[in-house]
Design a protein around this ligand. Structure first.
Ligand SMILES: Cc1cc2nc3c(=O)[nH]c(=O)nc-3n(C[C@H](O)[C@H](O)[C@H](O)COP(=O)(O)OP(=O)(O)OC[C@H]3O[C@@H](n4cnc5c(N)ncnc54)[C@H](O)[C@@H]3O)c2cc1C
Length: 416
């Protein structure tokens, strides 16, 4: 395909869509982005802002199915599944269970590690090329444990990181922990510090920055809802609420909303959503030195601009149910116990839809029935982190080139 004759439409202006759009534009293609709302309208807007390159372990770990029922018993706990959604959700859960078997877990860890390494190197190139270093915080991440037993329960995960060459510093005792982050409750006796973790000052500003570069180089972002994709032999037609559009190739990057469009062209994929909650506190709420993670409680605390964002949790409830902001409040109450000096006044609550696959791996591949449609969605908890690497793989697919990592684990066909 001659680049000058090819026009590419990216559906979705989240961090994934815009990262793909910029990468393709820089490869010489004419690119247009369509979004029903605008730039960073959904999950990419309010996430925790972490480039969590050290998180190579899939969520479906061996033994998780024994722990999960305990978490589900607490209606405002870190994991929830409304009864009314349980039947609809069962097939996803079955696949999640299968993904937690040792063989699949090890495969997914290898794939995740390769995508993380690619994403980190692509992100560093991107930061340099758009001169965005001032938007990046290189302050690492501190995972906190309450007592020896809690710490020991996480040993396998820490060892796995070290085995992948990730630097993990183990801290024991309040003084050692305070040398990285003062002001934590003394209930935390052990911690693991991963210096390679990075954060962006604000995830919405990051996507807006990508959009700005894309538009300054001639890219177009149009508000339109795509209702149907029709691949043909020489082009792809999109039916939108603004009329029909035709492209040489289409990138489907609609996050948690990608499933119906993929299904309409023959791919029934187990994409669901893990809804997450947070509260953003204004400047001065807490003197945060690093990104804090509380693994036993399923939430994190990160700096967003000059404020602090407290959030996490996983709620399986689909795309239609209204948010239950008691979850955000529960996390904030816990954060106050863990960081006694946290000022919880004047917070803004938010809920976002993580686009999640049961094996924690995104779908980055051609549609099964047309090479003219390329999928890039399903990044779950790690879409910001994996955005630059995913865009590189999409560019390779469009150019018909080999990639520097194995793309097979990300194929849409893995669920056939
Ligand atoms: C609480 C929380 C914390 C998180 N923290 C982190 C973190 O620290 N680090 C990290 O890496 N990830 C994190 N994530 C995950 C991350 O936010 C997502 O993986 C990522 O934002 C997904 O990006 P996306 O572009 O695929 O989807 P989205 O950002 O959801 O974008 C999808 C876009 O598609 C558009 N769209 C949908 N349907 C249509 C249609 N039919 N036509 C046109 N447009 C359409 C939507 O308007 C939207 O703009 C977090 C998520 C949550 C909820």
């Amino acid at each position: 395909m001659a680049k000058q004759d090819a026009n590419i439409i990216v559906i979705g202006a989240g961090v994934i869509g815009l990262s793909c759009a910029l990468a393709l534009q820089r490869a010489g293609f004419r690119v247009q982005v369509l979004d029903r709302t605008g730039v960073a309208a959904e999950a990419s807007q309010g996430n925790a802002g972490a480039f969590a390159f050290t998180e190579v372990e899939p969520l479906a770990t061996p033994g998780i199915m024994r722990k999960a029922p305990r978490w589900l018993l607490d209606p405002l706990g870190p994991l929830s599944l409304p009864l009314g959604y349980a039947v609809q959700f069962a097939p996803w859960m079955l696949r999640f269970w299968r993904a937690s078997w040792r063989d699949r877990y090890e495969q997914s860890t290898r794939a995740q590690t390769s995508l993380m390494q690619l994403s980190k190197s692509c992100l560093e190139e991107l930061i340099a090329s758009i001169q965005a270093e001032e938007m990046i915080r290189r302050e690492g991440q501190l995972q906190l444990y309450e007592g020896e037993a809690d710490f020991n329960a996480n040993q396998e995960s820490l060892k796995l990181k070290q085995a992948q060459g990730i630097e993990v510093q183990i801290l024991k005792g309040a003084d050692a922990i305070a040398s990285i982050q003062p002001g934590l409750s003394e209930r935390f006796t052990h911690a693991a510090y991963t210096p390679a973790w990075m954060n962006v000052c604000n995830p919405a500003s990051w996507v807006e920055r990508l959009a700005q570069h894309f538009q300054e180089a001639g890219g177009e972002i149009t508000i339109a809802t795509v209702n149907a994709i029709q691949p043909e032999s020489a082009s792809v037609t999109l039916n939108t609420d603004q009329g029909t559009q035709t492209a040489s190739k289409v990138i489907l990057a609609c996050g948690a909303w990608s499933r119906t469009l993929a299904q309409s062209i023959g791919d029934r994929l187990p994409l669901d959503t893990e809804r997450g909650y947070n509260t953003t506190l204004p400047a001065g709420a807490f003197d945060l030195k690093t990104h804090l993670t509380f693994p036993a409680h399923g939430f994190v605390v990160s700096r967003i601009d000059e404020g602090v964002r407290v959030g996490g949790a996983v709620e399986f409830g689909g795309l239609q149910r209204p948010p239950n902001y008691k979850r955000a409040q529960t996390l904030l109450n816990k954060a106050k116990r863990f960081l006694p000096g946290l000022n919880t006044a004047d917070g803004v609550q938010w809920m976002g839809f993580r686009p999640s696959m049961p094996d924690s791996l995104p779908v980055i591949s051609h549609a099964s029935q047309s090479d003219r449609v390329i999928y890039c969605f399903g990044h779950g908890h790690l879409g910001l982190t994996q955005s630059a690497g995913s865009a590189q793989l999409v560019k390779d697919l469009v150019l018909g080139e080999a990639s520097s990592i194995d793309r097979a684990p990300f194929s849409a066909k893995r669920f056939h």
